[in-house]
Design a protein around this ligand. Sequence first.
Ligand code: ATP
Length: 384
Amino acid sequence: MRKGGTDIALEDEKRRWPLCDAAERSKSRLDRDANRPNGRNGATIVTLIPGDGVGPEVIGAAVTALEATGLHIQWDRQEAGAASLKKVGTPVPDSLIRSLKRTHIAFKGPLETRVGEGYRSINVYLRKTFNLYANLRPTLSFEGVQTPFRNVDLVVVRENTEDLYAGIEHQVAPGIVESVKVITARASRRIAQFAFEYARRNGRKLVTAIHKANIMKLSDGLFLKCARRVAQEYPDIRYEEQIVDAACMRLVTNPAAFDVLLLENLYGDIVSDLCAGLVGGLGVVPGANYGQRGAIFEAVHGTAPDIAGKNIANPVAAILSSAMLADYLGAHRGADQIRVAVGEVLRAGRTLTPDLGGKATTTEMTAAILRAMAVQGERPLALA
Ligand code: ATP
């Protein structure tokens, strides 16, 4: 890794490594399989999917920030989604799947999912195909971003592979359709383990399982049963349960009552956007999907078609997702450098995109973050 012009070694400490032990063991197998780093001059190859809508704008910004840390990445650029559908007639071209099978890591922009039309969500398809079972969304207040609450510091852990996203829907009779909610003990245990392991490794104190087991006694009941069993293996982490509707109310009245949130797929999707609202919106919340054999890093927000191509999308969510990628590659100093710079630019409040009440363009805000990173290269990191 190069920082401020000099080469520094990748740190291999375990801090912030989010996977559970089993996954970590597989990761070393993955390292052998994929023989990483395997790009030119020892670079790590990462699949880059700019995506649709605001994707190319914010991913471009994030790639610049990541490269400014000196992290040695060789990008394997691939198209997907609407862009690819137009060009080669499919939203998920074979070349993309081949690239992901080779690299096991992707940095991706949002992809368009046509509501109610032909193909199911490409995001869901990729998460399922590569078994990226855990979606992680750290949600943090920033000084300078005006919101009703300060000091929100939550982590949403969402199961990514089943629930109503299993895609099992059928028409029973004209005017009657069924969507099947699939919950398995295996996937529930695995995601609970991820949440507890993440909590332990990151000094978190509380995991709250969010459910509707009072109504969905079998499916959510099984999810809870698995979470309770896993909780017993982590006596150092407090465990609580909340019904999803009550949890939403509590989140918007007292978010400090939560720490790590453990959710099934659908509740996770909804609650993570709610949490984003607590800290300034979708423009500032990063995300990542982890599996036993790889990871895809992506902002929480979608393609934002209303602002696409206008150079006004907030690049922060994508830039912070790139910091999660840096962490995944063991480059924690680079990740911190990005996070500190983002915090400084938000705190200063001079170069903010319109969603945060400013007038800056995506390019201007990115440039401000890069300047803050460059300044940090000359002084020690001051983590907030
Ligand atoms: P999709 O169907 O791809 O999910 P969407 O418009 O339904 O698209 P989002 O893309 O998540 O959902 O956008 C929701 C709202 O948040 C929109 O008004 C959008 O402009 C805004 N938004 C999303 N991402 C950003 C961003 N990076 N910067 C500024 N505003 C954003």
